[in-house]
Structure formats: structure tokens, C-alpha cells
Design a binder for this molecule. Structure first.
Ligand code: UD1
Length: 349
């Protein structure tokens, strides 16, 4: 069987790792197309190296752009490559512009599509990711859902027959990487004494006042706040003339995956607008505070492992709340979602 994975942005490289490994183990040919949506070395190459993902077979080098222009350029490049390589199945990941471009290209060519991380919904129609999720799920032939909640969303949209509950591929990666990190690294030395924060979502970065308020709330935290800055955050603060490194904020460049896991497991608290990091905080048993009005990962809200911030004035108190005492339920599978995804694709074909 010839599989073709399409990836382009940082979280997709992480999700590709366990699916690619399972495809290799099962003896399938597996091509990787990188759209080039993310192109900085620390947003892209580092993940391929750290997670031992083979080099992409092709990189379209599309880069940044407005949503329509960027997605259109990807669509054209992906279509050409699909015609050339004739894969048996196209595998798409998550909810970025690279995901929707690949889904549209493949569905028009009648090539079966498997969507890893299907069925997530924020119900926020202003999020670019929400459009990408809905369209991709409806184009796909196999919906690989990470959670029971995702299965329910798919069922509500009439997509039950195409859906399979496989667990969360990010839990597979997190479990493996956590076992491999050194307990003696720099973060372990200051364990429990800092917060880890990330902010990159358009709704938080693309409004000057909103972004300033978030940074002010981080700056007044009573413990250091390690902030690995996404390029969008840096670009926007430069554009607005807002100082990023102020008060408690300790600015660092985006972290590779093992460093991120190490920084996370030793953190007292996580403050983020990233979907992936909310869940990784849950895996690590670190309380998370989410700078958004809703989350796709609603299970993380149980027992206050994750809390949504409605008033930024309370951010510090919320973020430094005590850790829940109740044990977590195993909500994201058994660490074999990559293997189960490949088995589901084999059954489909
Ligand atoms: C994208 C995804 C988002 C995901 C995020 C992970 C969409 C709609 N959004 O958002 O779901 O959570 O990736 O990081 O696909 N930039 C660089 N170098 C890079 C990449 C980006 O400088 O390697 C800068 C550019 O100024 C660019 C901006 O970051 O315009 C935004 O990048 P883009 O890929 O458009 O979206 P993300 O915000 O990264």
C-alpha cells in the first residue's frame, strides 16, 4: 500500500511521527509531502530530526501568506504531486491550512483520505482551524478520532459510519519522549518554580489591545514565565511596538519537542492558547490555564486540570491554583493510536 502524508505546520510533524513509524513497521510505502507552511529550522527541521521522521519526499516551500492565497498555492502543488505519485490513501493531520488543502486536492481526485485527529470542534466559526476541521472531516473517507467526544461530534454531523476511535497520536509521542528525557537537565534544576506559557493564536495575537493585556497579565506573575515565542507572536509585537520581554516573562526561541516536554513536566503551571499544549499539560499532570473562551479538548476541563480564562485580571491566581487531587481518567488512549490508525487504513482499503 502506498500512503502519502501531507504535513506543513509544527503540530503536524509531531502527529506524523507515530503514524509514520507504524506505517514503516507494517511494511507500507510511505511518502511525505511538506507544504512548507512552517519553514524556520526550529519550527520544522528540528522536529524531523528529534522525532526521527525521514526527510520529506517533497517540500512545496509555500511559506506564509493570507489564508486564501496560502491554501490555494498548497492545493495546486499537492494536486500535481498526487497525480504524479498516485497514492492509495492520503493521510492528513489536525486542522491547519495544509490539512484542508490536502483534503480538497485528494477528494477531487477520488483518492481515499484518512484524517488523523478528526471530530474536534470548538463551535467558534471565527477560528480558521474550525473551518479547516469541518471541511476536512466531510471530505474524508476515514475519520480517526482521538476521543469519545470527537466521535459524538462526528455522529452529530452524520459521519458515524466513517469514524473510528483510535486514541490520540500525541499521547503516543508524548509517552515515548517523556521516557527518553534526562532527569538532570536545566529545567529539572528549577522544577516547580516557573510557569510555561505559549501564545500564538490569531484571536490573541492579531489584536493589539488583547495581546497587550495578555502580556501584562503574564508579566505580573509572581514566578518566572518561560515563553517560547512563536514567530507570529514576535512579528505582531514588533508590528505593534509592544515589549515582549517584560516583568516575569523570560523569552526563549521555540523549543524542540524533547526540550518542550522537559520544560513542561517540570513546570508548576502551563498558560497557553495552543490546543496541543493543553493536552500535553494534562498528560504531564500539570495544571493548565487556557487563554481562550472555548476549547476543543473539553475532557481536560474535568476536575479543573484545565481552566479557561475569561478575566485576564485573574490569570495569576488561576494559573497558580493547586494541583487537582483526583486521579486522571485515561481519556486519550493507550499510546497505540498510530498503530490503530494504520490498521484502520488497511481495513478501509
Ligand atoms: C498554524 C496553524 C495553527 C497551528 C499553528 C502551530 C493554520 C490556519 N494555523 O498557525 O492551527 O496551531 O500553525 O504553530 O494553519 N512564521 C514564521 N516562520 C515559520 C512559520 C510562521 O516566521 O516557520 C510567521 C509568519 O509571520 C507567518 C506567521 O508566523 O505569517 C503565521 O504562520 P502561519 O503558518 O500562517 O500560521 P500559524 O500562526 O503558525
Amino acid at each position: 500500500m502506498r500512503l502519502l502524508s501531507v504535513v506543513g505546520a509544527r503540530p503536524q510533524f509531531v502527529k506524523l511521527a507515530p503514524v509514520g513509524a507504524a506505517a514503516r513497521q507494517a511494511g507500507h510505502e510511505h511518502l511525505v509531502l511538506h507544504t512548507g507552511q512552517h519553514y524556520d529550522a526550529n519550527m520544522s527541521d528540528a522536529f524531523f530530526d528529534d522525532l526521527e521522521i525521514p526527510e520529506p519526499d517533497i517540500n512545496l516551500e509555500i511559506g506564509s501568506g493570507r489564508h486564501g492565497a496560502q491554501t490555494a498555492a498548497m492545493l495546486e502543488g499537492i494536486e500535481t504531486y498526487l497525480i504524479e505519485r498516485e497514492p492509495d490513501c492520503v493521510v492528513v493531520y489536525g486542522d491547519t491550512n495544509s490539512t484542508i488543502a490536502a483534503a480538497i486536492a485528494a477528494v477531487k481526485l477520488h483518492i481515499p483520505i484518512a484524517h488523523v485527529e478528526a471530530g474536534l470542534r470548538s463551535k467558534n466559526r471565527k477560528m480558521p482551524e474550525e473551518h479547516n476541521r469541518v471541511v476536512t472531516d466531510h471530505c474524508s473517507d476515514l475519520l480517526l478520532a482521538p476521543t469519545q467526544t470527537a466521535m459524538q461530534h462526528l455522529s452529530a454531523e452524520g459521519l458515524s459510519e466513517r469514524s473510528r476511535l483510535v486514541g490520540d497520536v500525541m499521547f503516543d509521542v508524548f509517552t515515548l519522549v517523556r521516557e527518553s528525557i534526562s532527569p538532570n537537565d536545566d529545567y529539572a534544576a528549577t522544577s516547580g518554580e516557573y510557569a510555561l506559557a505559549t501564545i500564538h493564536r490569531q484571536e490573541n495575537t492579531d489584536d493589539r489591545q488583547r495581546l497587550s493585556e495578555i502580556l501584562e497579565a503574564l508579566a505580573v506573575m509572581p514566578i518566572p514565565v518561560i515563553l517560547p515565542a512563536h514567530p507570529r507572536l514576535v512579528a505582531k509585537t514588533n508590528e505593534y511596538g509592544v515589549n515582549l520581554e517584560t516583568g516575569a516573562i523570560k523569552l526563549v526561541t521555540p523549543l524542540g519537542y524533547p526540550d518542550l516536554v522537559s520544560c513542561l513536566v517540570n513546570a508548576r503551571s502551563v498558560i497557553t492558547d495552543s490546543g496541543g499544549l493543553q493536552k500535553e499539560a494534562f498528560f504531564a499532570g500539570v495544571p493548565c490555564t487556557t487563554v481562550r473562551t472555548e476549547t476543543e479538548w473539553v475532557e481536560t476541563l474535568e476536575d479543573n486540570w484545565n481552566v479557561l480564562v475569561s478575566n485576564l485580571g485573574n490569570l495569576s491566581d488561576l494559573a497558580l491554583r493547586s494541583k487537582p487531587e483526583v486521579a486522571q481518567r485515561p481519556l486519550y488512549g493507550l499510546g497505540d493510536a498510530g498503530v490503530k490508525s494504520i490498521q484502520a487504513i488497511e481495513s478501509l482499503l
